[in-house]
Design a protein around this ligand. Structure first.
Ligand code: ADP
Length: 188
């Protein structure tokens, strides 16, 4: 476990479905109708109530699917978390299709929704780095920057957990985060 930003960003290894936080973020797909990876794990453990709400959201708000970079919220079903925030990351192509900006929007819009629901603790997975193929170093830089920026401007959520499924992914994130902070301190 490693802490940044006065303990408001905590990087850790684990299964996000087991986190006891106010909200967890799901790396969903546009259909909101389930998928593999972290999405499958969340619906499996959270039970069918989450999917029912997702279908309602599709029907009422996003008949064509949730756009990339946007986020929506459901309750957490059987999870410890009160809410699940569903966001759709960009599929990595070549880095020239606005992938960074879209991934940044996922983090910003997810945290915005969390704040709007007074969620003080939020757990976020490494969006887009699984099936969607985003290079993990680059995704770590985007995530660390976007979360840091949000925390700087907002008091809620108080704490954001970046939850990595493997130690390797965690170590990549920590290395990138440390390098960013090092570069900042050298500029000062
Ligand atoms: P995407 O389609 O956005 O790439 P994936 O679910 O395929 O989403 O992967 C996103 C990240 O979530 C990957 O780093 C993957 O290892 C991780 N992951 C998968 N299952 C879990 C889980 N239960 N808890 C936390 N992270 C997970």
């Amino acid at each position: 476990m490693r802490e940044y930003y006065q303990g408001r960003l905590i990087a850790t290894v684990g299964d996000i479905t087991e986190m006891s936080v106010d909200a967890i973020v799901n790396a969903a797909n546009a259909s909101l109708l389930g998928g593999g990876g972290v999405d499958g794990a969340i619906h499996h453990r959270g039970g069918p109530a989450i999917m029912r709400e997702c279908r309602e959201i599709r029907r009422h708000s996003f008949p064509k699917g949730l756009p990339i970079g946007r986020a929506c919220i459901t309750r957490g079903g059987k999870l410890d978390a009160r809410y699940v925030i569903h966001t759709v990351g960009p599929v990595w192509k070549d880095g020239k299709q606005h992938e960074d900006a879209l991934l940044e929007a996922c983090y910003r819009n997810s945290l915005d929704l969390a704040a709007g629901h007074a969620a003080n603790s939020v757990a976020i997975p490494a969006i887009s780095t699984g099936a969607y193929g985003f290079p993990r170093e680059r995704a770590a830089r985007v995530a660390f920057g976007a979360i840091g920026e949000f925390l700087y401007r907002n008091t809620v959520p108080r704490t954001v957990f970046c939850v990595f499924y493997s130690i390797e992914d965690y170590e990549i994130f920590v290395a990138e985060a440390d390098a960013i902070l090092q570069a900042v301190s050298e500029q000062e």
